[in-house]
Structures are given as structure tokens and as C-alpha cells.
Write a protein that binds this ligand. Sequence first.
Ligand code: PLP
Length: 390
Amino acid sequence: MKEISINVGEIQFGYAKRYFEEFIDARPKFYELIDKVQTPTLLIDLDGVKAKYIQARYHMPDVNIFYAVKANDHIDILRALSDLGAGFEVASSEELQKVMSLNVRPEKVISSNPVKPLDFIDYAYSVGVKRFAVDSFSEVDKIARVAPRARVYVRITVPNEGSEWPLSKKFGVDVDTALDILEYAKDRGLIPIGLTFHVGSQCNNLRNWFIAIKRSAQLWENAKRKGIKLLVLNMGGGIPVRYMQESLRIEDVAYYVKGLLRKYFPTPPYELQMEPGRGIVGDQGLMVVSVLGKAKRDDENWLYIDTGVFNGLAEALGGIRYPTYLKKEGELKEWVIGGVSCDSMDVIAKNVFLPEPEVGDRLFLLSTGAYTTVYGANFNGFPPPRVICL
Ligand SMILES: *Cc1c(COP(=O)(O)O)cnc(C)c1O
């Protein structure tokens, strides 16, 4: 037994080490900072973010990309993407204001959250954002009230199996209800333009795309028969990034999706859209944290760091595991990593293999670019990690 667990540790730590070294070697501008910045800090590689967007464009030239702002709304990230001509997917007035502060044209902004605050719809429409997702009759009513000529696209449910951050139960309707909603929107004076789905965030299961696109084609066809000609197929987010394992890459998803589109949409939709968030920023962030303390509790070795699940590592609660590296050699031990707060839920990971750290040592958490600092609260008086984009 012992031997097996040592091997697991070596594989795990070896993977984190290789990932860290590759990441740093490709980013000389990070060399000095990682040992000097105050902790906790999230470092974001803006060139890397841009490269991801360019890859997405390259592999899906016919798809308009709307970056999902919620993944990381740092203004430098938004600026870098807007400089490249990206569109943005926003859900709140604050996100929209940030995007508008960069002089992004409102036609480049969509809102795909199917249930939106009324004042946000009102504000968005007033600045020229015209495209909103819906998945209920009541949302159609809301939009018709404050955004009378808005274009709406309906969210359908698709399976989220194999996504590490499933979203399917909260939003979306079946294909038949979707058509009813589109017809209802038309009756209310809105312009039904298309449909959307989300295969689940961190989706490593290509089958979800298969079912999603097949179902989309079905709705597309049904709508046509009812005299509603749809124009926009929005394929949501879901492009994964590597965490403790390699993941599908943008090009893998792109080639698979393009194949599906050829089969199920022999006449291509007028506009194809995607809204990647994690896939653009997730693996372009490195979080530098410090070890605050160590303890042995029963058989477990505990290690406490200076941020936690309430300050930026919330996804750890849902099972996301960040590759974690410590610049040391030596025998590997198994650790539980606890967060900075006094809350007993504030545990970031178990079964983490690291050489023995000392208080004050730095840990490097890879793939922390998406859904980290944006989730961070000031719980217990600990602010989210500062963010440095370079
Ligand atoms: C969160 C979200 C996205 C982005 O999802 P990722 O998995 O990060 O790519 C896209 N569209 C909508 C509507 C979302 O809510």
C-alpha cells in the first residue's frame, strides 16, 4: 500500500512541477515576480489570454466569440480582448459598465443569463444592447416591458454529464417549451432570433456537444415549420482547461463542433456564437500564496495558506483541484490544505502531495485564472488575492 501511495504522490507532484516549469519558462516576465510579490496574488498572463482568444478565432473562424465576463472581469483582461475585437457576454449592470468603459460597441455585447434583473435589462437596452437570452415566459414579459424591440434567443437544456461544473438544472427548457417561448416572444413584439445552450463548465465530454447541437437542429427545424426563421445559434461556454489532468483543447472542441454543424446544419445559421470564459482565462493565471501554518491532526498533515475558498478558491468546494507546486525537493508527504479563515468549510484540497514546506514558503496554484478572484469575498476580513495582469 505504502509504495502505491508514494507513486501517486510522485505522479501528482511531478505533474504540478512540469506544468509549473512549462508555464514559467514560457513567461520570463513572471520569473522575478513569483518570488517577490506579496501574497496572495493572482498573476495573469495577458499575452496568454490573447493567444487563447486568437486560437479560438483561428479554429472557429465562422464563430463570433463573446467572452463570458464573469469568468474574470479584470479590466486589463477585458481591454486585451476588446483590442482584439472580441465580443462580451454580460449578466449585470456592473459587468456591462466595465465593458462599455472600453468603448466596446453595444452590438458586441450579449446577455445570455436567462433570468436577469429588470433594471439591468432596462440599462442594457438603453445603451444599445439588443440581444438577450430567455428560458421562461415571465422573462419574455420582463423584456417586452422595458426593451420592446429586443432580440431574444431561448436557452434549451442539454446534458451536463462529464462537466465538472454542471449548470443544467438551473436553466434551460426542453425543445417544445423553447418553441412556445419563442412564439410567445413574437406575440409580445420581441424578435425571436435563435437559441442557446451551455454544455456545462469545464466540459470534457464531447458527447454533450453532440446532443446539444442535435437538439438545437431539432428546435431550428420545428421553429421553421411554425414560421419562425432562426438566425443565431449560440453554443455557450464550456471549453475546459487543464487542472490535475490534461483536458480537451480549444481545437479539439472546435473540430468536433464544426463536424457536428456540418451534419446537423447543412445550411449554416446566419450567425454562430460561442461564449467561452474559463477556456480563455483559466490556464493563464498563477496564484501565489504563502504557507501560514502547519499542524498534524490525527493522521493528517495540515497546511494553512493565506487565502481560501471564501476569498477566491470557491471552486475547490465543487471539486476543482488546482495543480499545486512548491519549489523544493525532498520526500513527498500528503497534505490537507486549509484556507485562511476560521470556517471549517474552508478547506481547499485533500491528498495533496508536496515536499515538507516551512511557514512562509510559497505555493504556486496553477490554472487559477477563471472563477477565482471574481468569487472572492472579504470573509473574516481577508480580501481576495490581488490581481496583477502582465
Ligand atoms: C458562465 C457562462 C459562460 C461561460 O462558461 P465557461 O464554462 O466559463 O466557458 C457562458 N455563457 C453563459 C450564459 C454563462 O453563464
